[in-house]
Design a protein around this ligand. Structure first.
Ligand code: DHE
Length: 538
């Protein structure tokens, strides 16, 4: 009842909103629909108008996702409607989702939060046929050279992703001069991933495009759209496969890198039969496998791809409904590991035997032993640890994890032998990214959120104390550090349209150079990535 009155009031108050004017339809005497149906239709139009005006730019036309995730019932399984309204009103910490309470009234927020749980008129389809049809191969690929077309050390290049104008810059890590800049797909997210020889770089955009870039020839070779709303990609240890994790559809997609084409679509269905989004996919190099974490099922998957033997060569052709069989050259082994609840964040130990994972809003983290295939410990990590940005190093003869926190101003230090929290280092606000290098005595952590977002802390890896706080551009967010190959310099982003990459001497912590960039988000050093440096993300 309350909702009816609300909807009616809302409708009346909203009929004047110009953004919705085009979507409204006046009721006429000849309209055959009963009044209630007409009203429901009108309310739906108002909600659609609000969505178009306030949400579509980030969450995509048709709610299919863009910069923000898809807003469809199958993607909102873990969010109750009341919570959705709270997120619209107050924003979501640690994301780009702003608060709308100053622009939308309570009724409008309620209308919108109801709207996103409605099934769309047409269910989006993105299957094998759509993926294959999307594939683009760029001309000239046959003339590519097998060695770099530039003088710079190919191992000490950085890829800098500039999200401000959707470009990437290839930066010489010795001279700190850009050697190439090119347009990327819209809204790249997550780190680009490298082939083991460092020649190819794979980028994923939030709307599902995966691009193969030849770093030696400075050329995008091919692209394919692997999903509608994608999380990230991982490259196999032998460089033959790229695995794409999707929010929508609920699946992982295996690409063959040589032809850069689809090999398999693997729906992510939990053991209980319910389908799930994918939190992220990772390469576990020492295990020669991929690790996949599911967001809506308490499971972690280990996927191994190998050459198919003759017996297992035939599978159902996923492109046809007829049940036809198809000969495949690859064999996929999938192992399910049951975990305690959902995993949104996780971090591997250096040997890739253990995974430390946590859920958004969960009280504790959990440790999964990949060899045993079970949860072996729980860890007290308060707040909202951002394990995806955690790093490890040796401290007093033991391996420790350091992780920033998306909610609280602290860095948590965990002992990897006892799985105990050994220290909390207070920071000037919640942080997003943490970095170090084997040859550096320091670990860097940003203060991404709050009034001190322009500051970056430098932590002594031995004393576990902050030794310096930098403020490279007052008022502008400073975040995300990556070291040069030799660990001598640390590069930091100023996340602003009028931004920069600031180069610091990693020993003296003095500024060396400032390179103008357009909102540079992350930067990725070839050597550190392909050698799986412990100070950076993989
Ligand atoms: Fe990210 C990496 C998840 C919001 C910028 N982010 C990752 C990874 C995951 C992740 C799982 C590791 C993937 C990889 O590199 O293969 N990010 C999430 C979220 O769940 C979250 C909180 C909500 C969401 O919108 O999905 C989120 N991330 C953001 C942002 O709002 C950031 C700051 C801006 C943006 O571009 O969207 C952002 N995330 C990044 C960056 C990396 C990343 C730059 C790569 C870090 C690296 O050094 O490897």
């Amino acid at each position: 009842m309350r909702r009816n009155i609300l909807a009616r009031t809302t409708l009346l108050s909203l009929l004047t909103i110009t953004a919705c004017a085009g979507a409204q339809r006046e009721s006429t005497a000849s309209d055959p629909r009963p009044a209630a149906a007409t009203e429901k239709h009108e309310v739906g139009n108002v909600a659609a108008g609000l969505y178009a005006a306030h949400c579509a730019a980030c969450h995509g036309e048709g709610r299919l996702g863009g910069m923000g995730p898809a807003l469809l019932p199958e993607n909102l399984a873990r969010l109750r409607k009341g919570e959705a309204a709270r997120v619209i009103a107050g924003g979501r910490p640690a994301t780009q989702m702003p608060a709308f309470a100053d622009r939308l009234n309570e009724d409008e927020i309620e209308l919108l939060s109801g709207y996103i749980y409605e099934a769309p008129a047409e269910q989006p389809v993105w299957g094998a046929a759509e993926i294959l049809n999307s594939r683009i191969e760029y001309p000239g690929s046959e003339y590519l050279r097998n060695k770099p077309v530039f003088e710079a050390d190919p191992e000490n290049l950085f890829i800098v992703v500039e999200v401000g104008d959707h470009h990437a810059t290839v930066l010489d890590g010795d001279t700190f001069t850009p050697i190439h800049r090119f347009q990327t797909r819209f809204a790249l997210h997550g780190g680009p991933k490298f082939s083991p020889d460092g020649r190819y770089v794979y980028f994923a955009s939030r709307d599902g495009w995966v691009s193969k870039f030849d770093l030696w020839n400075l050329k995008v070779v091919a692209e394919i759209r692997a999903g509608i709303n994608t999380r990230n990609v991982a490259v196999s240890a032998d460089g033959r496969w790229v695995l794409v994790g999707n929010y929508l559809p609920h699946n992982v997609v295996l690409l063959d890198v040589e032809k850069f084409t689809l090999k398999r679509v693997i729906p992510t269905i939990g053991a209980d039969g319910a389908s799930s989004r994918v939190s992220a996919v990772y390469q576990a190099a020492p295990r020669d496998s991929f690790i996949v974490a599911l967001k809506d099922a308490p499971e972690l998957w280990e996927i191994k791809v190998s050459a198919a033997d003759m017996k297992n060569k035939w599978v159902h052709d996923h492109r046809k409904e007829s049940g036809d069989m198809l000969a495949v050259s690859e064999r996929i082994d999938l192992r399910r590991i049951v975990v305690d609840g959902f995993l949104d964040e996780f971090l591997f130990d250096p040997d890739y035997r253990y995974v430390v994972g946590s859920a958004r809003g969960g009280e504790k983290g959990q440790v999964i032993d990949l060899d045993k295939g079970e949860v072996i410990a729980s860890v007290d990590i308060p707040g909202m640890p951002h394990l995806a940005s955690g790093i490890t190093w040796e401290h007093d003869g033991r391996t420790i994890i350091a992780t920033p926190n998306l909610k609280d101003g602290l860095v948590s230090i965990i002992d990897m032998a006892s799985w105990k929290l050994v220290k909390q280092i207070p920071t000037q606000g919640p942080g997003f990214f943490m970095r170090s290098h084997e040859k550096s005595p320091y670990a860097w952590v940003d203060v991404f959120f709050g009034p001190n977002k322009d500051k970056v802390h430098v932590i002594d890896k031995n004393t576990l104390e902050i030794v310096k706080t930098l403020q490279p551009a007052p008022g502008k967010t400073a975040a995300h550090v990556e070291f040069t190959k030799d660990g001598r310099y640390a590069l930091l982003s100023i996340w602003d349209m009028d931004g920069a990459v600031v180069v610091y001497d990693a020993q003296t912590l003095e500024e060396v150079k400032r390179i103008p960039m357009v909102k540079p988000s992350g930067k990725y050093n070839v050597h550190n990535k392909v050698t799986l440096s412990r100070g950076t993300s993989h």
